[in-house]
Design a protein around this ligand. Structure first.
Ligand code: MN
Length: 197
């Protein structure tokens, strides 16, 4: 069973513009993406490329650059790598209906692979203790992904206390636009409506 089965089962690719298959990014460094998703409740989808898929968490408040500001992160199904550059509208009556904006995109490093006792990304996430270094356009530096509740599978996304930590920044509010197209959620929605009418 592929880890993309749940992703594929939830979607009708005749109706949604989301990618059904995968061409791979072909990049040396694994990718990370954060997509702002204006679904029934607005949230940010945090995704890390791990072993050929995008491991995914829904973060209701989005990422913070303040280490004291821990953000709840709820795991969601693995997504195909091509999803990292998906931006547009998931139509009504489809799973996850609403507008998707690529809020940040870049590469990351597994910091736990650099420890004295190196741990792969898969092992780190299985144990509920991921540490990554993000090189995005908005976000930089270390982030921890920590499972705080095994039964409910609840996680926290926490900025690590490094030179990129900044309690005064608030990028989800001051830098709302797409890093791919420089569009706002509203502009993406308007463009999609125009091209479908
Ligand atoms: Mn979502």
């Amino acid at each position: 069973m592929s880890s993309l089965d749940e992703y594929l089962e939830k979607r009708d690719f005749q109706g949604t513009p989301e990618p059904a298959s995968d061409s791979g990014t072909g990049a040396d460094e694994p990718a990370f993406v954060i997509q702002k998703h204006d679904a029934s409740t607005l949230h940010y989808d945090f995704r890390l490329e791990v072993e050929g898929v995008l491991k995914s968490w829904a973060v209701p408040k989005g990422p913070s650059t303040d280490p004291s500001d821990k953000r709840l992160a709820q795991p969601t199904e693995d997504h195909p790598l091509d999803y990292a550059t998906f931006e547009g509208i998931i139509p009504e009556d489809h799973y996850g209906a609403g507008t998707v904006l690529v809020w940040d995109l870049g590469s990351y490093r597994n910091l736990r692979a650099e420890e004295d006792d190196p741990v792969s990304m898969t092992e780190a996430l299985d144990a509920g203790k991921g540490k990554v270094w993000l090189e995005g356009q908005k976000l930089h530096g270390g982030y921890a992904l920590v499972r705080i509740d095994d039964a409910e599978d609840r996680w926290l996304l926490i900025k690590m206390d490094d030179e990129a930590a900044d309690a005064r920044r608030n990028p989800t509010s001051t830098e709302p636009r797409s890093v791919l197209s420089d569009r706002s959620l509203r502009e993406i929605a308007d463009d999609a409506e125009e091209s479908s009418s």
